[in-house]
Write a protein that binds this ligand. Structure first.
Ligand code: SAJ
Length: 434
């Protein structure tokens, strides 16, 4: 049977219905393929079969509703026979900073009983270099099929930006690292169902390393920006201004400092390289450590600000706005703000409240308040942790009235310091010395 744009319609079993698997499933389904979405979380499966989603991503709800009502997208707790299997399960980081590959391993094992001649298996999950050859292929070989001839295999890493997933799924270039040429070609054909970007063919390990290096470069850039912020504070100048003017150079793009790097990608992927070659990946390790040190640095600045408040014998209260890993998403994985909260709690000398409109159905964020004014009420230092859009235009007059002392610490250069100073706030900015 021929699909909407001339590509044979396939039955595709997608394992993992999270931030990557679900949009990918919806995209293939709305382009004519039959999708079986598989997740170990029963509530995700139940919601999806009702046409509902459990994550926040622009327009995804509409697309999923269309896909489910067309009959092309169904969810299940277990895999089934299919033409293509796409593995899009999480690869989180263990305590010891090695990749936790349990979900990839068990997802791959779960498809072995359903494998047939002619099938394609694609790993989308970001993984340490060597995963396809050393982990995936040996598991698939347990089927008794000839992997590479009977079953084609490739790594095609997802590279979409949360918040822009549906746009970037279609527009971004895609790297396809096959275990052989035929795997590359067949997988390329499949993604060209909806991809408008270039599709590049290479081998599996190169694709794995490309995915990791793209995020590692971004992380190194952010680490430099964070180091610059600390240097500028010592120099008594403004890092944001240094960055603005440095970036006027045609080949320079220094990223932004902040309270640290979070999310499941940039804060994690560099470790997948370090894990394999700790002796060699020295710059990568240093970048990770630099960015991981930012929550503690932010806390030290908060402590300085609090120490400047005239003594009145009362405990100081810190209020943090934003707890997710970045603006306008509900995802708090590896969020540096959660680490900041942990540090403040561990210190034990401060009261603390947190407000984040994107984390209203808060999973695991201590001190979360559902009302902005309740959160800021009685606080001595208001910390902007995440620059959510909602925080741009707030009633700062009312906020000031609710606070016990009018101190602001902006870790994102998001607010207009002069306007806030005019309202009577003491405005402090990460990366700006005095
Ligand atoms: N951040 C800064 N300063 C900056 C940019 C970001 O401190 O200048 C922080 C953010 O606040 C956040 C973290 O870095 O905590 C990561 O955010 P991000 O927007 O840079 O990236 P992610 O993790 O949401 O998505 C990245 C993207 N990679 C690149 O842009 C190179 C995305 O394209 C990838 O698909 C995604 O990782 C992934 O899945 O690997």
């Amino acid at each position: 049977m021929i699909g909407v744009i001339g590509i044979a319609k396939k039955t595709i079993c997608i394992l993992g219905l999270g931030y990557i698997g679900l949009p990918t499933a919806a995209m293939f389904a709305t382009h004519g393929h039959k999708i079986i979405g598989v997740d170990i979380d029963q509530s995700v499966v139940a919601a999806l079969n009702q046409g509902e989603i459990t994550i926040e991503e622009p327009y995804l709800d509409i697309m999923v509703r269309d896909a489910v009502s067309s009959g092309n997208l169904t969810a299940s707790a277990t895999p089934a026979k299919a033409d293509v299997f796409i593995i899009a399960v999480p690869t989180p980081i263990n305590e010891d900073k090695t990749a936790d590959m349990r979900a990839v391993r068990s997802a791959t094992e779960s498809i072995v009983p359903f494998l047939d001649k002619g099938n394609i298996v694609i790993l989308e999950s970001t993984s340490p270099p060597g995963t396809v050859n050393d982990l995936i292929v040996p598991i698939l070989a347990k089927s008794g099929l000839d992997i590479g001839r009977d079953v084609l295999v490739a790594h095609s890493p997802e590279r979409v930006l949360p918040g822009r997933i549906l746009i970037e799924l279609v527009e971004n270039n895609r790297i396809i690292g096959g275990i052989n040429k035929e795997s590359c070609e067949k997988v390329k054909q499949l993604y060209s169902t909806f991809e408008k970007g270039e599709l590049y063919n290479t081998n599996a390990t190169t694709a794995e390393m490309c995915k990791l290096m793209v995020n590692t470069l971004r992380e190194g850039n952010i680490a430099l920006a964070n180091e610059l912020a600390l240097l500028c504070e010592k120099l008594g100048i403004n890092a944001w201004e240094v960055i603005e003017y440095s970036n006027k150079h045609p080949r320079v793009n220094i990223h932004k400092p902040g309270p640290g790097v979070g999310g499941h990608c940039i804060a994690v992927d560099p470790w997948f390289i370090v894990e394999k070659f700790p002796e060699t990946a020295r710059m990568i390790l240093l970048s990770r450590r630099t960015n991981d040190g930012m929550p503690a640095y932010v806390f030290s600045r908060i402590e300085q600000i609090a120490a400047g408040i005239p003594a009145d014998g009362r405990r100081r209260k810190i209020c943090i706005l934003g707890a997710t890993y970045k603006p306008d998403v509900d995802d708090a994985r590896e969020s540096p703000i959660l680490e900041l909260i942990r540090l403040i709690d561990k210190n034990g000398s401060y009261d603390l409240s947190v407000y984040d409109p994107h984390m209203m159905m808060a999973k695991s964020c201590p001190h979360l308040e559902s009302d902005l004014y309740k959160a800021v009420g009685g606080s001595h230092v208001l910390v902007l942790g995440v620059n959510h859009n909602e925080f741009l235009h707030m009633d700062f007059k009312k906020i000031k009235e609710e606070m016990a002392a009018a101190n602001i610490f902006d870790t994102r250069n998001f607010w207009n310091g002069e306007q806030l100073a005019a309202l009577g706030f003491e405005y402090h900015l990460l990366g700006k010395g005095i």
